[in-house]
Write a protein that binds this ligand. Structure first.
Ligand code: KIV
Ligand code: NA
Length: 267
């Protein structure tokens, strides 16, 4: 299929559901690409690949390295790279050079920012200067240290107002899509109806204009997964026995066999 574009994603509001997944490496990106509209190089890479306890320790250099890898594996989907903790919260003067580095050094198509103080202004500043922005509201993983973990949103009026206000601010500022994470189902629907940009749900509701999952979660590669993850495969259950069988073969001297060795050509 032909390369999708940021405006094509924006135009899917209320239409065919957007299929989105995370990707961190070239070969996995290549496997996901034919099936996905949008691939996110999420800062979740810090947790599922680098073993960090949350996403606060992820750096711009890490995002650039994984963004480069994913771009080499993708021909069709729109690729969005997360702006990591500490690179945009101070405002446009910080966000712009960091976003330019992500765009120029990876060739990605857009960046994603979690809602924070001044997010409307920062989003507009980037969009008006040629950097497509995807928003992220609701449960904001980069706030894990302030909130003492990952907490779903939408059970109090104050939380609902905040999520709606942040979504509206990013929408008005020109965000082309908005991730809605870890919110009550009714709030996800309310946000979806309140903004012109398509919403992409995770731990949200089917009312969103699309869905995203962390690929390592839905494939059963990452062990600690939230309740909203549907497991489409159990790769840990495949890898464990495979590695055990290899270890047994090596210890027993059964590997490599003659056909698995380089030899002198017969004849
Ligand atoms: O980092 C990530 O994987 C994300 C998605 C869960 C939306 O931000
Ligand atoms: Na993220």
């Amino acid at each position: 299929p032909a390369r999708l574009t940021v405006p094509a994603i924006r135009a899917r509001k209320g239409g065919e559901k957007l299929v989105c997944l995370t990707a961190y490496t070239a070969p996995m990106a290549g496997l996901l690409d034919p099936h996905a509209d949008l691939l996110l190089v999420g800062d979740s890479v810090g947790m599922v690949v680098h073993g960090l306890p949350n996403t606060v320790g992820v750096t711009l250099d890490m995002m650039i390295l994984h963004g480069q890898a994913v771009m080499r594996g993708v021909r069709h989907a729109v690729v969005v790279v997360d702006m990591p903790f500490g690179t945009y919260e101070a405002g446009p003067a910080a966000a712009y050079p960091a976003a330019v580095r992500l765009m120029q050094e990876t060739g990605c198509h857009a960046v994603k920012l979690e809602a924070c103080a001044g997010i409307g202004e920062t989003t507009a500043f980037l969009v008006q200067r040629g950097i497509p922005v995807m928003g992220h509201v609701g449960l904001r993983p980069q706030a894990a240290m302030v909130e003492g973990g990952f907490r779903a949103k939408g059970r109090t009026e104050a939380e609902r107002m905040r999520v709606l206000d942040e979504a509206r601010a990013m929408d008005a500022a020109g965000a082309f899509a908005i991730v809605v994470e870890g919110v009550t189902g009714d709030l996800a629907g309310e946000v979806t109806r309140a903004v012109g940009a398509p919403t992409i749900g995770i731990g949200a509701s089917p009312d969103c204009d699309g869905q995203i999952l962390v690929t390592d979660d839905m494939l059963g590669l990452f062990e600690r997964v939230p309740r909203f993850v549907r497991r489409y495969a159990d790769l840990r259950g495949i890898i464990g026995p495979a590695v055990a069988a290899y270890a047994e073969d090596v210890r027993a001297g059964r590997f490599p066999a003659p056909a698995e060795q380089y030899g002198v050509k017969p004849g």
